[in-house]
Design a protein around this ligand. Structure first.
Ligand code: ASP
Length: 339
């Protein structure tokens, strides 16, 4: 019998309304009570709960280390892993875990829901049951079909480090504009074998050191010199994610260029990604990004913000030189970037 580990971290899926009508997390047992279907599955499902369980807005690097450690400890005893997680920061967690878990040869599927599992119109049951089925799915040789960290939500399986929460209310909460979906669940679960990660033959490695000397500069028309200066000169910052317009354009005012130049001169790495939901950064395509090329800003191609920030946390955790970090940022480590 296939054995799956279900890690419950929190999120709407297991929430109830308190007396004031506010959604707060509650004990995981209510989930199993609310999904009698779980006992009809052909798998042994072992449950581990975070203590305390979290609204995913409270996730941080320690939470990711805890998840990675639980998977590391149980890796060889289970066929697959399902992580129940709030949808708000699910794409960050999926991206972080994708970098932390190297040479995965088993599925790690994150899922959650937009409505609590006890509500009549809930999307939780389908998400949970199909996520378990995907985590148990094997090919004709008995190997896992999915060998990567994914998000399953509303009938679609996404590569974790390509996914974004793009909808606050609809059941269709996630999308991955720059990458095809890995599977779609209808009458059958149809896997897109052309884009799924191949099974790694190398040994499984878990990286548990993450560092966060990172800040974000999201530009907008009318941005002030004081604001840009505050971000680019903040203490302890070693990397700035610059969210530019379109294909990586920014304003070209002297004060703006000088602020970025100063940051680079003081040893800060600048990684540029686009504010657009889809497409990629192409520094130098327009006059309004040529100055970035000259000062050595790294173009993040089609990285999502979630993948960019967690990749930086992972690379800084590896104690690499800035040059090495800059070079790895544009390399494809876990399917996160179209290099
Ligand atoms: N606030 C919740 C969370 O992220 C929302 C959800 O689960 O969808 O934990």
């Amino acid at each position: 019998m296939k054995k799956l580990l279900l890690l419950y971290t929190g999120g709407t899926i297991g929430m109830v309304q308190d007396q004031k009508g506010i959604l707060v997390p509650f004990d995981f047992n209510n989930i199993t009570e609310n999904v009698p279907e779980l006992s009809r599955l052909d798998y042994q499902v072992v449950v581990i709960s975070f203590d305390p369980i979290l609204d995913s807005s409270n996730m941080n690097m320690d939470s990711w280390v805890e998840m990675a450690s639980i998977i590391e400890k149980n890796y060889y005893d289970y066929d697959g892993f399902v992580i129940l997680h709030g949808s708000d920061t699910m794409a960050y967690t999926a991206s972080a875990l994708s970098f932390m878990l190297e040479n995965l040869a088993k599925p790690v599927i994150l899922t959650g829901s937009q409505l609590p599992i006890g509500e009549i119109r809930t999307d939780a049951k389908e998400n949970l049951i199909t996520a378990l089925e995907i985590a148990a799915a094997k090919d004709e040789h008995g190997h896992a079909i999915v060998n990567e960290v994914c998000i399953y939500f509303d009938y679609k399986l996404f590569r974790g480090n390509r996914a974004k929460k793009t909808e606050a209310n609809k059941f269709e909460a996630f999308s991955s504009p720059n990458f095809p979906i890995l599977a779609e669940a209808g009458v059958h679960i149809n896997f897109n074998s052309e884009v799924l990660m191949p099974r790694s033959e190398a040994s499984f490695v878990v990286h548990k050191k993450l560092k966060n000397p990172i800040s974000l500069l999201k530009i907008f028309p009318g941005i002030s010199p004081a604001y840009v200066h505050a971000v680019t000169s903040a203490q302890g910052v070693k990397a700035i994610i610059l969210e530019g317009f379109g294909a990586g354009n920014t304003c070209t005012d002297d004060w703006f260029v000088a602020s970025l130049q100063q940051a680079v001169a003081s040893g800060i790495l600048i990684l540029e990604i686009t504010q657009c939901i889809g497409g990629n950064v192409e520094i130098g395509r327009y006059e309004t990004s040529k100055h970035l090329a000259k000062m050595g800003v790294v173009g993040g191609l089609d990285l999502t913000f979630e993948a960019a920030i967690t990749k930086l946390m992972f690379l800084f955790g590896q104690e690499l030189s800035l040059n090495e970090i800059a070079s790895q940022l544009t390399q494809n480590l876990r399917g996160e970037i179209t290099a």
